[in-house]
Design a protein around this ligand. Structure first.
Ligand SMILES: *Cc1c(COP(=O)(O)O)cnc(C)c1O
Length: 389
């Protein structure tokens, strides 16, 4: 077991060792770290729903009625009426034909990709796809062809190359790319998929609750209902809870209930999670207000940061990368921010390419105008101190 100590040492010397911060409070605009109140700029709690009293109440009521645990995998005795109610609600919300719920978005990808393609088949994968897509592709055993990030001309060349092959083919892509905040050219992908007769799958983890009318997601944003075969979602980001889902045709969902391995071999999502997610969707259906607030906050913050002279990259969403350069410098920036009560983690290689290290600011509807102004003042202070602006 000596290799373990060596591996940990390597991570430390290469600056890749994760320092895990502990929150001593619930999620929100302000959180407690090491006894200090700090302004939270790095959770995925886009709409501030993670500690919303309506979700808390829904979870409590469900616990009173059903208890806590599911007791089994979905296919044996773990399917509660709550799971099916949530699946129906999500189907309606996403304007899809059917939906299946998983324990997480990560599991949704691991379940779906191997159920659709296998040995001898081909997957076309964007270079910046999320780790759970990459792992799902590996598990499937299909050949994976990676094309440059959002480079649809490269994708088309690959599709032409394989045009006459007698196998299943799948294009898989993140909807919103989490490190840069840019949006996939889904209409372009749908067009290519139709032309070359291949399947399409989008992982909308950062688009759900953010893009589209009432936060219905990327498919709604581009009005592509019925044109993308597989729509993956997660409950852990804007929806504020935990869990994942896949929406698509009735036959697709039927297949995933028969062959999605995490559905068959890992216990069902818990009672309070399902009830809380249901309440999140209720809130979104009733009003677009939180989604609007999120976008207003994002636009305000980006505009002011650019006025200060920061480079905020190519984001098209409330994910706001603040480009710094080397990983060391980004880490220093983040630590100086924390001294100023701003909690914003730096992200460096290998999560992003070398020398494009950044502070990834996650804007939330939970932030007030005063919070954003407070942060802008601190960014300006640290930015000047470090000679970045
Ligand atoms: C966060 C994320 C996931 C994982 O979702 P969980 O529900 O947290 O497991 C999957 N795909 C993408 C693109 C993500 O950003």
């Amino acid at each position: 077991m000596e290799f373990i100590a060596k591996e940990i040492e390597r991570l430390e010397t290469e600056g890749l060792y994760n320092q895990i911060r502990t929150l001593e409070s619930g999620q929100g605009a302000w959180v407690t770290i090491e006894g200090e109140e700090v302004l939270n700029f790095c959770s995925n709690n886009y709409l501030g729903l993670a500690a919303d009293p309506r979700l808390v109440e829904a979870a409590k009521e469900a616990i009173d009625e059903y208890g806590v645990g599911p007791g089994a995998v979905r296919t044996i005795a773990g399917t509660l009426s709550l799971h099916e109610e949530l699946e129906e609600k999500l189907t309606e919300f996403k304007k899809a034909e059917a939906t299946i719920v998983f324990q997480s978005g990560f599991n949704a990808n691991l379940a779906t990709i191997p159920a659709l393609v296998g040995k001898g088949d081909i997957i076309y994968s964007d270079a910046l796809n999320h780790a759970s897509i990459i792992d799902g592709c590996r598990l499937s055993g299909a050949k994976v062809k990676v094309y440059g990030h959002d480079k649809l001309d490269e994708l088309e060349e690959l599709l032409i190359e394989d045009q006459d092959k007698d196998c299943k083919q799948l294009i898989v892509v993140d909807g919103v790319f989490s490190m840069d905040g840019d949006i996939a050219d889904l209409p372009g992908i749908a067009k290519l998929a139709k032309k070359y007769d291949v399947m399409t799958m989008v992982d909308d983890a950062h688009g759900e609750g953010v893009l589209g009318s009432h936060g219905r997601g990327i498919v709604d944003h581009f009005d592509l209902h019925g044109q993308i075969d597989v729509e993956v979602g997660t409950f852990s980001k804007a929806l504020g809870v935990v869990g994942g889902c896949v929406s698509g045709s009735k036959k697709l969902i039927e297949l995933l209930k028969q062959q999605g391995r995490p559905f068959l071999f890992s216990s069902a999502p818990t009672v309070p999670d399902m009830a809380a997610v249901m309440e999140s969707v209720n809130i979104l259906q009733e009003s677009d207000e939180l989604v609007q607030k999120l976008w207003d906050n994002g636009e305000y913050f980006t505009e002011k940061m650019e006025q200060l002279g920061f480079d905020t990259g190519e984001s098209e969403t409330p994910i706001t990368p603040v480009m710094i350069g080397t990983a060391e410098k980004a880490a220093e920036f983040s630590s100086k921010l924390l001294d100023e009560q701003i909690f914003a983690q730096s992200i460096g290689f290998p999560t992003v390419p070398k020398n494009t290290a950044r502070i990834r600011v996650m804007i939330s509807a939970a932030h007030s105008k005063e919070d954003l102004d407070f942060a802008l003042e601190k960014f300006e202070k640290v930015g000047k101190e470090m000679g970045l602006i």
